[in-house]
Design a protein around this ligand. Structure first.
Ligand code: ZN
Length: 348
């Protein structure tokens, strides 16, 4: 069985890793020219005077308040009893979110108390080279830290559950590919994957590791220079890095000259039809749906909970804090995914 415990990553580097991996999780934080005009959901009224925000945040990017977090149950074994009953002997579809990767040092921006963010939209990304420069500069800094993250006990428990024949498949909202590295095989990353670069014109795919050589040759020494700055301080809106990206050089598709984007789904962009269909099939073939480590804040995940509920399939949720799917769930376990999934895998 997978061991139970926190990530093996050294705690001392967790903060800088969190800062540097930020760019890979689709969130870019750029101030629009005129926040109030750019977005009707301006938070101007919520801040004390003198702290008027430059950021404009969509409602789904506001994390629950810190008070929403609650301690894990003292007796987790007893707390998961209803979940064991719900899932025993059933074909299980699993949906995971950022919460399952936090023990691997990958930050979850929607966990209770997280600072609000304004992610770069796909429209911004394709509209101007300055946005792409900024995005790729931060990606150049952050991607290798995501590549260095290791699967944790929660990822391994789900791989073990698949090996034991309990799962119809695994749908994940994460782009970190940690499920695949833990051994999950029938896996649909509905928001894409960080480890590939796609041409928006001809669909050519390049491994991110290979593309790193291209960016490095265009920007020799850049990563080392900015890393020193980034380690000093990166505000939630990444001003330090933002100032440093104006001279960053980006590459277009070597084959057709098209725009290159990580193979991840940006805000304002839809998951591919193929991925949506494969994910839907995982739910349709299952008796029950298990959600682990997601607040279901974005429709990309919530739609599968609704799909299951509509088909009268029961839903179990493991998550610290409330979720948008709570009223559709039969069982809720407010606890961390590493420990809970490990116990669960042992009892099914
Ligand atoms: Zn191309």
């Amino acid at each position: 069985m997978p061991e139970i415990g926190p990530s093996s990553l050294p705690a001392a580097s967790a903060v800088s890793r969190a800062k540097l991996t930020e760019s890979l999780l689709q969130p870019e934080t750029l101030p629009p020219a005129d926040p109030a005009a750019a977005d009707p959901h301006s938070l101007a009224g919520l801040f004390p005077s003198g702290a008027a925000p430059r950021l404009v945040i969509r409602p789904t990017d506001i994390a629950p308040p810190a008070e929403d977090a609650r301690p894990d149950p003292a007796d987790l074994d007893a707390a998961i009893e209803p979940l064991v009953e719900l899932l025993s002997g059933k074909r299980i579809a699993v949906l995971t979110g950022a919460g399952i990767s936090t023990d691997s040092g990958v930050p979850d921006y929607r966990s209770p108390g997280s600072a609000p963010r304004r992610p770069m939209t796909h429209q911004q990304f394709i509209s101007a080279e300055s946005f792409r420069r900024h995005y790729w500069a931060r990606n150049h800094l952050g991607w290798e830290h995501l590549a260095a993250a290791q699967p944790n006990a929660g990822h391994r428990a789900l791989a073990a559950m698949e090996d034991a024949g309990h799962l119809t498949g695994l749908i994940t909202q994460n782009i970190d590919m940690l499920h695949a590295r833990a051994g999950s095989r029938h896996l649909v990353p509905i928001h894409g994957r960080y480890d590939r670069v796609r041409c928006l014109s001809c669909d050519a795919m390049t491994p991110r590791a290979e593309f790193d050589g291209v960016l490095e040759s265009l920007n020799p020494g850049w990563r080392e220079r900015v890393k020193e700055l980034a380690d000093l301080e990166v505000a939630p809106d990444a001003d330090v890095v933002l100032k440093s990206t104006a001279d960053f050089r980006i590459a277009d598709c070597a084959r057709c000259g098209g725009i290159l984007q990580p193979d991840v789904v940006f805000f304002g962009q839809n998951s591919s039809r193929e991925r949506v269909e494969r994910a839907s099939a995982i739910v349709d073939q299952a008796d029950v749906l298990l959600v682990a480590g997601s607040s279901l804040a974005v429709m990309g995940g919530l739609r599968y909970v609704r799909r299951a509920a509509k088909a009268a399939k029961r839903v179990g949720i493991i998550n610290r804090g409330s979720t948008r799917g709570d009223e559709l769930a039969t069982v809720r376990v407010h606890a961390g995914t590493s420990e809970t999934l490990s116990l669960l895998a042992a009892r099914l």
